[in-house]
Ligand binder design. Structure first.
Ligand code: 3HC
Ligand code: NAI
Length: 693
């Protein structure tokens, strides 16, 4: 029973009971239909709908998407609610999202508690509101607000909803009691049904301009633009025809790869931090944190910890270094204050009480977890860990933020390798959502659980990685960067590649990202790897020459691009370096189509990702996808590299890799896992599903 029917005097109550979020699956829809019919048959004067548990309906049941529809459909149900001959009242708490808000709009009156949130997140699933939302919402809020709510997918609070007329009343209390009181009030006033569909559509706006503005922001994502088309239909068509047009557009989006990619992202985000092997393992308490090194990363990590309510002791090498670290953190906190993430009192308390910047490691004696973010150099890291071993209290967790280095080797310098873990944050660490939890050969289960618990507390999406050079994300990036460098040497330009990647949907092109992160980072890494390179490896050097010339990217004003304020133009020093290297190697440049650039780049990424999964560095394909989405600007609507690969078809991708291997067998060695999946006719998603069982 997912909908309970109760009579409260002459008011019928339909109580939704489908934990955890009252999703509108088939049984709930059928229950609502039965309840509405029964209420009228039993002579009720009004109907109150509310959700038991933590929320009103949080939307359609996403797990049903892509399967044959079972009647009653959600749009039909919304119409049925609206056509009810007695007033229907929505009493909302928790989250009224998507189809949930559409049911509420089908109701005649809406009341919400002050903490309720309402919104249309469908665009984030590659869809649009498909149960009348695009036709009813504008009739209530006008076009501008409807377009903003539907195309942003951002929920609003009850106060804003009241402002917009989306709810009639906001009152604190228990939803059932509020709904009943409101129903009685309405009956006393003689109020009858008030169908939104009978309200006139608002005056039309310039929809072409609205679509253009939304398309610009959407960066290749289809659903927000198609959503505006559906909203536009409400200005041109009668309500019923508008509904039909909305349905047509909804079903067209349902057929897209983008819908599949975004729903994969939705479920993977929730799946990724689940650790079945750690069931029953309790994390250690972490309330105070030590941070060694207060540069870019150390200051960001300290800020993230402070904002989450931890106390932080930060250690730098000199007093000046400690002062500079404190200034960096203060600047991060000022940003958080400006954006309303903290108030002045919290800001002051953090800066004056929760943070200590010092130079003496002895100050770390009480820290529950100590993370180092010192220079990326094995000797320096080892020295730091040896010192930590001496000062850290028993049971303290010793973490490294290393980007590439071997965690197990670092751990050998301590007497407690079971307490050592990698916590790889991304820059800026107080903003970026990704955390790679790097598990060493000897890391104890409760230390892993603690890493995940800390990630959760800091608001991060944590992904487990094994130890290898660069872990999941940087190892993949190293490979696709190499692929891009090969294409540049063979005739493409960094600017063509960046344009292709941005058109694919990456937030930034690869070379622009390098400029942002600092080209010296990659340079230092290439120097570290130089002695380890296989003689068969094709190693481009133009990027090193750019660094040798002092071009480190945004921090020096010049890299692949020249930066003046926020504008960037191509750096004319780059292509001569490339041309000189082509000449030296005897390469006659050829032209690359945009399609070939994308295909090779993605093939390199997928192939490396498949090796990472095959070697057990990532536990499942979805872990790799989440790293790419959360940390490397991979377009969410493509779901991640391995979801993208599934949608493209693995056999053709493997064929392409094999054809590229004819030019460079070393670089393009096919991943054994990819070969195996193709041979078995399976997909990466099959592996995800098997892991979930
Ligand atoms: N359908 C199916 N399962 C859902 C779901 C939905 N709409 N929403 C959440 N769930 C599941 C989650 O997958 C998770 O399952 P798990 O425990 O097995 O991992 C469980 O419910 C709890 O979800 P969260 O961990 O996300 O819980 P939170 O409390 O953090 O967040 C929430 C709650 C804000 C409701 C969040 O789950 C959410 O944003 N859900 C999606 C809402 C949404 O997109 N609704 C629109 C659906 S599309 C639609 O309605 C189409 C219509 O217009 C026709
Ligand atoms: P950075 O150069 O900005 O900061 C390093 C800081 O460590 C400096 O302030 C230095 O004074 C301090 N330091 C060095 N040795 C020390 C010691 N023995 N004791 C105390 N302080 C010491 O470097 P950044 O960029 O912050 O990187 C730090 C670490 O984080 C590196 O391992 C890097 O690979 C990793 N990382 C960097 C990312 C980035 O985007 N910059 C992203 C993720 C990880």
């Amino acid at each position: 029973m997912t909908i309970h029917f109760e009579m409260h005097d002459d008011i019928a109550v339909l109580a939704a009971d489908n934990p955890p979020v009252n999703a509108l699956g088939w049984a709930v829809r059928q229950g609502l239909l039965d309840g509405i019919t029964r209420a009228q048959a039993e002579g009720a004067k009004a109907i109150v709908i509310y959700g038991r548990g933590r929320t009103w309906f949080a939307g359609a049941d996403i797990r049903e998407f892509g399967k044959p529809l079972q009647e009653p459909s959600l749009p039909g149900l919304c119409n049925l609610v609206e056509a009810c001959k007695i007033p229907v009242i929505a009493a909302m708490h928790g989250t009224a999202l998507g189809g949930g808000l559409e049911i509420a709009l089908g109701c005649h009156y809406r009341i919400a508690v002050p903490t309720a949130k309402m919104g249309f997140p469908e665009v984030h699933l590659g869809l649009l509101p498909g149960a009348g939302g695009t036709q009813r919402l504008p009739r209530v809020t006008g076009y501008e607000q409807a377009i903003s709510l539907i195309t942003s997918g951002r929920p609003i609070g009850a106060a804003k909803a009241l402002d917009l007329g989306l709810v009639d009343k906001v009152e604190a209390g228990e939803p059932l009691a509020l709904g009943l009181a409101y129903a009685r009030e309405l009956l006393a006033q003689g109020a009858g049904p008030r169908p939104v569909s009978q309200m006139p559509a608002p005056e039309a706006i310039d929809f072409d301009a609205a679509k253009a503005a939304v398309a610009k922001k959407a960066r290749g994502q289809l659903s927000p633009v198609v959503a505006v088309e559906a909203i536009e239909a409400s200005s041109k068509l009668a309500f019923a025809e508008g509904l039909a047009e909305e349905r047509r557009l909804f079903m067209s989006l349902m057929e897209t790869d983008q819908r599949q990619g975004m729903i994969h992202a939705f479920f993977s985000e929730r799946q990724v931090s689940k650790q079945p092997d750690l069931a029953g393992v309790s994390p250690r308490d972490i309330n105070s944190m030590g941070v060694i090194g207060g540069g870019t990363m150390g200051a960001g990590i300290a800020t993230a910890a402070l904002l989450a309510g931890l106390s932080v002791v930060l250690i730098e090498m000199t007093d000046d270094g400690a002062k500079a670290a404190k200034a960096r953190i203060a600047s991060n906190l000022a940003g958080a204050l400006k954006r309303g993430k903290i108030d002045q009192a919290k800001h002051d308390a953090i800066l004056n009480e929760a943070l200590t910047c010092a130079t003496d490691y002895a100050a770390l004696g009480e820290a529950d977890l100590i993370i180092e973010a010192v220079f990326e150099d094995m000797d320096v890291k080892k020295q730091v860990f040896a010192k930590l071993d001496a000062v850290a209290k028993p049971g303290a967790i010793l973490a490294s933020n290393t980007s590439y280095l071997n965690l197990d080797e670092i751990a050998t310098t301590t007497s407690r390798p079971a307490d050592v873990i990698g916590l790889h944050f991304f820059s800026p660490a107080h903003v970026m959502k990704l955390l790679e939890v790097v598990v060493g050969a000897q890391t104890a289960p409760e230390v892993i659980a603690s890493g995940f618990a800390l990630g959760k507390r800091l608001g991060k999406t944590s992904v487990r990685s094994g130890v290898c050079d660069g872990f999941i994300g940087n190892r993949m990036m190293f490979t696709y960067r190499t692929c891009a460098d090969h294409m540049v040497l063979d005739g493409a330009t960094p600017y063509q590649i960046d344009r292709v990647l941005e058109e694919f949907g990456f937030a930034m092109g690869l070379f622009a990202v390098g400029d942002l992160a600092g080209l010296d980072i990659g340079w230092a890494n290439r120097k570290r790897l130089a002695p380890l390179r296989d003689p068969q490896e094709r190693v481009p050097t133009y990027a090193d020459k750019l660094c040798e010339a002092g071009h480190y990217g945004q921090k020096t004003g010049r890299g692949y691009y020249i930066y003046e304020g926020r504008a960037k133009v191509e750096n004319p020093d780059v292509m001569p370096l490339v041309e000189a290297e082509r000449l030296e190697l005897g390469i006659t440049p050829r032209s690359f189509s945009d399609a070939e650039i994308l295909r090779r780049y993605m093939a390199a990424m997928v192939n490396e990702a498949a090796k990472i999964v095959g070697e057990g560095i990532a536990r499942r394909p979805l872990d790799v996808d989440m790293v790419s989405l959360m940390g490397y600007g991979f377009p969410r609507y493509n779901g991640g590299p391995l979801k993208w690969a599934d949608l493209q078809g693995l056999p053709a991708l493997l064929d392409d890799i094999k054809s590229y291997a004819k030019e460079d067998a070393f670089f393009w060695t096919p991943a054994p896992l990819l070969e195996q999946l193709v041979a078995q006719g399976r997909t990466f998603d099959d592996l995800n599903k098997e892991a979930a069982q």
